[in-house]
Design a protein around this ligand. Structure first.
Ligand SMILES: *[C@@H]1O[C@H](CO)[C@@H](O)[C@H](O)[C@H]1NC(C)=O
Ligand SMILES: *[C@@H]1O[C@H](CO)[C@@H](O)[C@H](O)[C@H]1NC(C)=O
Ligand SMILES: *[C@@H]1O[C@H](CO)[C@@H](O)[C@H](O)[C@H]1NC(C)=O
Ligand SMILES: *[C@@H]1O[C@H](CO)[C@@H](O)[C@H](O)[C@H]1NC(C)=O
Ligand SMILES: *[C@@H]1O[C@H](CO)[C@@H](O)[C@H](O)[C@H]1NC(C)=O
Ligand SMILES: *[C@@H]1O[C@H](CO)[C@@H](O)[C@H](O)[C@H]1NC(C)=O
Length: 581
């Protein structure tokens, strides 16, 4: 398809959805839409930011992932009319056997009825006993009120669940008194109490409090609101994509969403202001309340799933592999004009297994093991000393499409500089003491998507501080020099890593995929995702370095790096991926 034509379609639809009515975009048929996706087929030089192994349609974010009859399903928010957000969002649908290679299916839900005329927005899938999947989703009705609707598969024997039927009694739930019609959305996966009652929570905002409102039902159709919020907190905005799930206290295995006993703790995840926060606590099923171990504070001490770009995440229990998986939308850091030019915006982070840390205070995340099947060309380094102010190129891999695991040894920890870190915002330290500011231990880490001469580079690095009777590990992802281009969001991200460097080495795993860098510090205790758009360090002109700009030397105890093969993402042609992508 001619590129200028695609550009024209994107721009005019964008103007239309923001101005007049979407129907004027009707010339964008399903066939055009498929061709619109064929942007992926443009030459790599024209699409240096298109990823190779991340899930990526033109525009998306997450609804309800699930596993059903041997197949993983991803439903995601999608605007079929252009590269930007718009009215009348649909539930697009893809399926996979391994969470890495995906093929696309017909849209599962599109606006069609008074209860979802202006959009089918987020929701969740619940698998009812007898292996019966159902969708609860938020519809934007003809009056722009957010209402909750039910849909069921037309044919449950079809493992691809292609066709969905909206329940004739929709909407099931409308905004309660005191809640604005545009502050009531994203029902969770339901869980079942011991006597069989189904429960969900819905995100809201009322009386200056963000909140999760609990609803109960015996039959999944007639839902009754609990009079008190399940959990609420001030210093937040409207809670989007609320998630509520159990985690085992003594195992990395996941458990089904209805498990509630002494073997588990519970987690409340809330999304607002482009950030995904979570709180570990206890589920009091008698009072129907979530009791947090530590209340939400509205400060940098609140726990986040990821301290970079990572939004509207949802989890699901993967019964095949006995794990819980979290998945999220990662938006662009370039301008809307760039997105229209690219023809797409938004992608999914790599799905991550998620579990409770042994100490019980925070979650740990790690890319699903299936991702390792894309690894190729391993290179490794052991026992390499990195002197003060040194860089070391990791060569032999495709640096624009790579997976790196590195462990650092710090032989003279007691030399680390002193800092009272109890009162400081880690992101601010990362920003003020960036990778060019020498400390004692740190900055040391990786320079990803770098030019040979380092004029472009994204620095993912650590600093070690000595506090009173403890050491503090700071992890940063610095985008200041990530691109020679302007008009990009180059915010520096940072967070502490809850490890004791006397007990374990400081470790980092980083996934690099053209315009996304996902980093896992301290074996997944702290995660930071960044979007970057290098001008020069693209494709085979990208390099990868390890560096140390501290005054003390550090040792790379081990470094393993792999080129990553391209995944087959959104191929048409069914499970065997017979057609090209
Ligand atoms: C189940 O228990 C809940 C309280 O947890 C109660 O509200 C509900 O009426 C009970 N349902 C049945 C069918 O007993
Ligand atoms: C819905 O459930 C509530 C509470 O269980 C009950 O009082 C009410 O009669 C039910 N309504 C219908 C239409 O079944
Ligand atoms: C909690 O429930 C899970 C799943 O049903 C079960 O495997 C586990 O043994 C239970 N633990 C306790 C302490 O009852
Ligand atoms: C976890 O603890 C529960 C009880 O607290 C026990 O039933 C279960 O067997 C334990 N699981 C593992 C993997 O240790
Ligand atoms: C997406 O990213 C931009 C720029 O990086 C940010 O300002 C914006 O709030 C994000 N949008 C959403 C909907 O999260
Ligand atoms: C390391 O420090 C030197 C000297 O200050 C500086 O030129 C260089 O850019 C720094 N490296 C990084 C990755 O910031």
């Amino acid at each position: 398809m001619d590129k200028s034509l695609v550009l024209f379609v994107g721009i005019s639809c964008f103007l239309l959805i923001n101005g007049v009515k979407v129907e004027d975009c009707d010339y964008m048929t399903e066939t055009d839409y498929t061709r619109f996706q064929s942007f992926q087929a443009l030459e790599p030089e024209e699409q240096p930011y298109r990823t190779a192994y991340h899930f990526q349609p033109p525009k998306n974010w997450l609804n309800g992932p699930m596993y059903y009859m041997g197949v993983y399903h991803l439903f995601y928010q999608h605007n079929p009319y252009g590269a930007l957000f718009g009215d009348r969002m649909v539930w697009a649908h893809s399926a996979s056997h391994d969470l890495v290679n995906w093929f696309s299916l017909d849209h599962a839900l599109v606006p069609s009825e008074p209860f979802d005329a202006m959009g089918c927005i987020s929701g969740s899938v619940t698998i009812l006993p007898g292996n019966k999947p159902v969708i609860l989703y938020t519809g934007i009705d003809a009056n722009y009120n957010q209402v909750q609707n039910l849909a069921t598969p037309k044919n449950r024997a079809d493992p691809f669940l292609i066709e969905w039927v909206k329940y004739s009694g929709n909407p099931l739930i409308t905004p309660p008194n005191g809640v604005d019609g545009d502050n009531f959305r994203d029902p969770t996966t339901a869980w079942q109490g011991p006597n069989g009652t189904w429960k969900i929570v819905i995100g809201s905002y009322s009386n200056n409090q963000g909140m999760a409102i609990l609803y109960q039902s015996e039959d999944f159709v007639n839902w009754t609101m609990h009079p008190d919020p399940f959990y609420s907190a001030s210093k937040t905005e409207m809670w989007e994509c609320v998630d509520f799930f159990p985690v085992s206290i003594n195992s990395t295995n996941g458990v089904d969403t209805s498990v509630a006993n002494l073997s588990v703790r519970h987690v409340m995840k809330l999304s607002f202001n482009s950030r995904d926060y979570y709180i570990v606590g206890t589920y009091d099923s008698e009072q129907e309340k979530f009791l947090p171990d530590v209340e939400f504070t509205g400060t940098s001490s609140d726990l986040r799933i990821d301290y970079g770009k990572f939004y509207a995440s949802k989890t699901f229990f993967d019964s095949k592999m006995n794990r819980r998986i979290i998945w999220a939308w990662v938006n662009e850091s370039d301008s809307s004009e760039d997105d229209i030019q690219k023809g797409w915006s938004g992608l999914q982070a790599i799905p991550r297994q998620i579990w409770l840390d042994r100490a019980g205070k925070q979650l740990v995340q790690w890319p699903v093991e299936e991702l390792n099947n894309l690894r190729d060309n391993q290179v490794y380094v052991y026992g390499k000393q990195l002197e003060s102010e040194s860089v070391f190129e990791v060569s032999g891999i495709t640096a624009s499409q790579a997976d790196i695991e590195i462990m650092f040894e710090l032989p003279e920890l007691e030399e680390a500089e002193f800092m009272d870190t109890s009162l400081v915002d880690p992101q601010l330290i990362c920003d003020r003491q960036d990778s060019s500011v020498a400390g004692k231990y740190g900055p040391f880490g990786l320079l990803a998507l770098a030019t040979k001469d380092l004029t472009e580079q994204t620095a993912v690095f650590f600093r070690i501080f000595r506090g009173d009777n403890r050491y503090v590990v700071l992890m940063c992802s610095e985008q200041k020099r990530s691109s020679l281009r302007d008009n990009l969001d180059k915010t520096t991200y940072g967070a502490f890593v809850d490890i004791d460097p006397r007990q374990e080495m400081v470790s980092l795993r980083t996934l690099i995929d053209h315009s996304i860098i996902e980093s896992f510090g301290g074996k997944g205790r702290t995660c930071i995702t960044a979007r970057v758009y290098p001008k020069l360090a693209i494709n085979n002109k990208a390099h990868l370095f390890a560096f140390n700009n501290g005054t003390l030397s550090v040792t790379i105890s081990s470094l393993h790096a792999w080129s990553m093969n391209k995944a087959r993402v959104n191929c048409r042609g069914g499970l065997d991926n017979t057609e090209s992508c």
